[in-house]
Design a protein around this ligand. Structure first.
Ligand code: SF4
Length: 409
């Protein structure tokens, strides 16, 4: 039985709903080889499945289990559960799970549960990391995220919404019983442990109406996908699309982007260009990756060739180099480089020591300002030009603001 649906599953729900044309474009592309990060993520999912199944009663039992996990590959060749992964990923994920149990009074749950939306959308199914029910008969979906890249929010998360919808529509007798008479509220939760980040659990409680509207969107999108000329719409959901390197909508976006010089853009044009640039970043990476792969496989890409990366000198025998340097006139301080580890590295080294003795001498120091989308949780910085405008009398402010926004007209 397939583990992933090519039609629609949790990880593709947002993409299919927003870009129905992705269904056929992706079908035409073979599945890429699993990446190292994906394999590591799957191994960590397997570790969480083991922990939740064993359900250690107290911290001693938990520690024993974690010690047993250390050094195992859980069937993922070339990977290993290290002490670092236990401290940075598995233990914080377990702690967040325990918080969730208490906060929402979770009573009963399925782990790695296959759920199917096929009665509404043929071929749509997926596997929920955890599907739970609480004391108020509300259902909950929990997703483990072990990547350190993008923070995935629970709010309006279509992947979690898809799993909840599929659980409600699944015709498996056990699931029918599980979701029978459920309350109209649904809890969606992301557990994402990241180094240096305190918040591991993100929760959003929604209603069955939101879930139903998602089902309608999913059904309409798959209808469009099977119709004539299914629409293609680039956006943030392009990230993991297999068709991205060859997608005509991405190529059209690139053509549109280079047709205008940034210097001549108004603020509205700039806002649009920023969105296009965000979408194209991934496409550009994919184009480079694909071109390199083609060249490595022996294909010709006119105007391009493979070369060695810029070489840098390395010791062929570091021990011998050390011996010779130490035998020379130079002092130890000249030949060794020592720098103090950073607060993040100290926390990684010993989180107890960090929390008890070091954290009061840590300050957050930003190396400068950067641009972020409006939705970013960090507080917006008021520019000095804006501060100056605010300090001016009202009439003058209008003139100044008018001058700055002139390009929007
Ligand atoms: S790359 Fe984006 S626009 Fe193109 S098919 Fe995939 S999701 Fe749609």
């Amino acid at each position: 039985m397939d583990k992933h649906s090519h039609v629609m599953g949790g990880s593709t729900a947002e993409r299919r709903i927003n870009c129905p044309g992705s269904l056929h474009l992706e079908k035409a592309v073979p599945d890429p080889e699993s990446s190292e990060f994906a394999e590591r993520g799957s191994m960590l999912h397997a570790a969480m499945e083991l922990l939740l199944t064993a359900d250690p009663r107290d911290v001693n039992e938990l520690n024993k289990m974690l010690d047993q996990l250390e050094g195992q590959d859980l069937g993922f060749d070339g990977h290993e559960i290290t002490r670092e992964l236990i401290d940075e990923k598995i233990r914080p994920a377990w702690d967040a799970w325990k918080d969730l149990l208490v906060d929402f009074d979770l009573q009963d749950w399925f782990i790695e549960q296959r759920v199917s939306l096929e009665v509404v959308v043929p071929g749509a199914f997926g596997t929920a990391d955890v599907l739970a029910k609480d004391g108020l008969d509300r259902i909950h979906v929990v997703d483990w995220k072990f990547g350190d890249g993008i923070v995935v929010p629970a709010r309006e998360n279509m992947a979690l919404g898809f799993y909840a919808a599929a659980a409600l529509y699944d015709e498996d007798p056990e699931l029918i019983e599980f979701t029978n008479d459920i309350h109209e509220e649904v809890g969606l939760h992301i557990i994402q442990p990241r180094v240096g980040q305190d918040t591991v659990l993100d929760s959003w409680v929604t209603t069955d109406k939101w879930i139903e509207s998602l089902v309608d969107l999913a059904a309409a999108a798959i209808d469009k996908a099977h119709g004539d000329e299914p629409p293609l719409k680039p956006g943030k959901w392009c990230g993991f699309c297999k068709a991205r390197p060859t997608c005509p909508a991405q190529t059209a976006l690139a053509t549109e982007a280079i047709s205008k010089s940034p210097a001549a853009m108004s603020s509205i044009d700039l806002a649009k260009a920023m969105q296009i640039a965000d979408t194209l970043k991934g496409w550009i990476n994919d184009v480079y990756k694909l071109a390199q792969q083609e060249l490595e496989d022996g294909a010709t890409i006119p105007g391009y060739k493979l070369v060695n990366k810029l070489p840098r000198r390395v010791w062929t025998d570091p021990k011998e180099a050390e011996k010779r340097l130490r035998a020379s006139k130079y002092k130890v301080g000249d030949i060794y480089k020592k720098t103090l580890i950073s607060p993040t590295q100290a926390e990684k080294l010993d989180s107890r020591l960090y929390n008890r003795k070091l954290h009061d001498i840590v300050a957050m120091h930003s190396s400068g300002v950067t641009i972020a989308p409006e939705s970013d949780k960090r507080q917006a910085i008021v520019s000095s030009a804006q501060l100056l405008t605010n300090a001016l009398p009202e009439q003058k402010q209008e003139t100044e603001t008018g001058n700055r926004n002139r390009k929007q007209e």
